[in-house]
Ligand binder design. Structure first.
Ligand code: PEP
Length: 256
């Protein structure tokens, strides 16, 4: 039986200013009162400018919510205008950094080399990266979705030691399912999540493969989360649109 604690992480993307973020976290805290958070971890991934607010509410109200960023600089500090370092995020009490989201890969030309540097920078700052991988529609139609996704995985984790590989969170997010309302079937999600775990097993052995959490992301809602979570290698969800509504996100978190 798996000992992995499910992780439900809400990616707010470029939505909600700090006041709206404050209202959402407060409401989520209220909604989570009805959810057994002993057996599931709930995280939010707000825009950088909302993180201080989230930190203050979570700490003041002792909410069962962890949080992190949607991106991180590959660099430690210095002349990188517009970037935010891992140590700055750590100082805000962040647990996670999202790395290699398909929107970063698409709009900011993030390559495997960049995601790998960001994964390493996250660990160096004491943060846990959520590395996003997943194929565009053409690759799925060509039957190359597993191969494509595993290439992103191995490029992104290159050079990690076993301890880091055990901690990392991998989010399988087929690009065609992100923000489209078109969710992968539970079997589709399981196929790739299990291939990801097998790849970790091949590279690092059983202990790492059995510990690392592999999430599914792409149009997750309260109406489809139970079936997805019923799959052996799906350890949680990366949720975009549905994480902007406290009640809906709390229902997703309370899938059990
Ligand atoms: C995401 O932002 O990673 C995502 C999966 O979005 P959505 O749930 O809206 O498809």
């Amino acid at each position: 039986m798996s000992t992995r604690t499910p992780l439900m992480a809400g990616n707010w993307k470029m939505n909600l200013d700090w006041k709206q973020g404050l209202a959402l976290v407060e409401e989520l805290g209220d909604q989570l009162k009805g959810v057994s958070t002993d057996t599931v971890e709930v995280a939010v991934l707000p825009p950088f400018v909302d993180l201080r607010t989230v930190q203050m509410v979570v700490e003041a109200d002792k909410l069962p919510i962890t949080y992190g960023s949607q991106d991180v600089s590959a660099h430690e500090s210095g002349a990188y205008t517009g970037e935010v370092s891992g140590s700055m995020l750590k100082a805000l009490g962040a647990t996670y950094t999202t790395v290699g989201h398909s929107e970063r890969r698409q709009h900011h030309a993030e390559t495997e080399e960049v995601t790998n540097a960001k994964v390493k920078a996250s660990f160096a700052a004491g943060l846990v990266p959520i590395l996003c991988v997943g194929e565009p529609l053409e690759e799925r139609q060509a039957g190359k979705h597993v191969e494509y996704t595993l290439a992103q995985l191995t490029g992104g984790i290159e050079g990690l030691d076993a301890e880091q590989a055990k901690q990392i969170v991998i989010a399988y997010e087929p690009v065609w399912a992100i923000g489209t309302g078109e969710v992968a079937t539970p079997d589709d999600a399981q196929e790739v999540c299990s291939a990801i775990r097998d790849a970790l097993r091949g590279l690092y052995g059983n202990e790492v493969a059995d510990a690392a959490r592999v999430l599914y992301g792409g149009s997750v809602k309260s109406s489809n989360v139970v079936e997805l979570m019923g799959k052996e290698d799906v350890d949680g969800a990366l949720v975009g649109g549905a994480s902007l509504k406290a009640e809906e996100f709390a229902k997703i978190a309370g899938f059990q």
